[in-house]
Write a protein that binds this ligand. Structure first.
Ligand code: FMN
Length: 197
C-alpha cells in the first residue's frame, strides 16, 4: 500500500462548487492524508520543515486545485518555491523525493475542446502543466497525467458533481492500493479514463 498526500489549494473555498466536493470525497478515503493549504497558510507563511516531513512520509503527492491562468493558484507556487529546496529536493544531496509519484487534480472552466492545438487555448492542459512535470522530474519523482474536470462552471450542482467526486475518490484509492497502470498513467493526456469503475 502506498501512502497518499493530497495538498488542496483553493483561495476561495466558500465559492467553490467543484473542488470542495472533490476535497470532501478525498478526506473520506482511508489512508489519505488531506491538507488544505489555504486554510493552513492564509498568510502564506508556510512551515517548510513540517511540509518537508510530510512529503518525505508519503509515496504519492497529489496537488488538487482549480486551474488559474493556465497554472495553479499562487500558494501552490509559493509552496514549491519554499519547500522544494536545493540539497533536499534536488541538487547535491537532494534526494528526499526520489521515487515518489506526483500528479495534479485540476478543475478548469474551459471545455476539453478548447484545450487542443486547434482550440482557443491552443495547448492541452497536460502540455500547459509542463513546469510541474519538469519540477517533479528534476526532483526524481514520477509525474502522472492529471485528473481533470473540464467545463467546471457548467456542471449541474450535486447531481453532476457527485459522480466526479466519487470517481476522484476511486483514483486516490487506486493510487493507495497501487493498482493503476503507471506506464499508461504517466503517458496519458489525463488520468480520468484509467480510473477503475
Ligand atoms: C483567477 C482565475 C483564473 C482562472 N483561470 C482559468 C484558466 O486559465 N483556464 C480555465 O479553464 N479556467 C480558469 N478559471 C476558471 C476556474 O478554473 C474554475 O472556475 C474552477 O476550476 C471551478 O472550480 P471550483 O468550483 O472549485 O472553484 C479561472 C478562474 C479564476 C477565478
Amino acid at each position: 500500500m502506498a501512502s497518499v498526500l493530497v495538498l488542496y489549494a483553493h483561495p476561495a473555498p466558500h465559492k467553490s462548487r467543484i473542488n470542495r466536493r472533490l476535497a470532501a470525497a478525498a478526506r473520506e478515503v482511508k489512508g489519505v492524508t488531506f491538507r488544505d493549504l489555504y486554510e493552513l497558510y492564509p498568510d502564506f507563511l508556510i512551515d517548510v520543515e513540517e511540509e518537508q516531513k510530510l512529503l518525505k512520509e508519503h509515496d504519492v503527492i497529489v496537488l488538487q486545485h482549480p486551474f488559474y491562468w493556465y497554472s495553479a493558484p499562487s500558494l501552490v507556487k509559493e509552496y514549491l518555491d519554499l519547500v522544494l529546496t536545493y540539497g533536499w529536493a534536488y541538487g547535491e544531496g537532494g534526494t528526499a523525493l526520489q521515487g515518489k509519484i506526483m500528479l495534479q487534480a485540476i478543475s478548469a472552466g474551459g471545455s476539453e475542446e478548447v484545450y487542443c492545438s486547434q482550440g482557443r487555448n491552443r495547448f492541452t492542459i497536460r502540455q500547459l502543466l509542463a513546469p510541474f512535470d519538469q519540477t517533479a522530474f528534476l526532483c526524481g519523482m514520477r509525474y502522472l497525467a492529471p485528473h481533470i474536470v473540464y467545463s467546471a462552471n457548467n456542471l449541474a450542482d450535486a447531481a453532476g458533481i457527485q459522480p466526479l467526486a466519487q470517481r476522484y475518490a476511486r483514483l486516490l484509492a487506486a493510487l493507495r492500493d497501487e493498482t493503476l497502470p503507471l506506464e499508461l498513467a504517466a503517458s496519458a493526456e489525463k488520468i480520468n479514463d484509467l480510473i477503475p469503475a
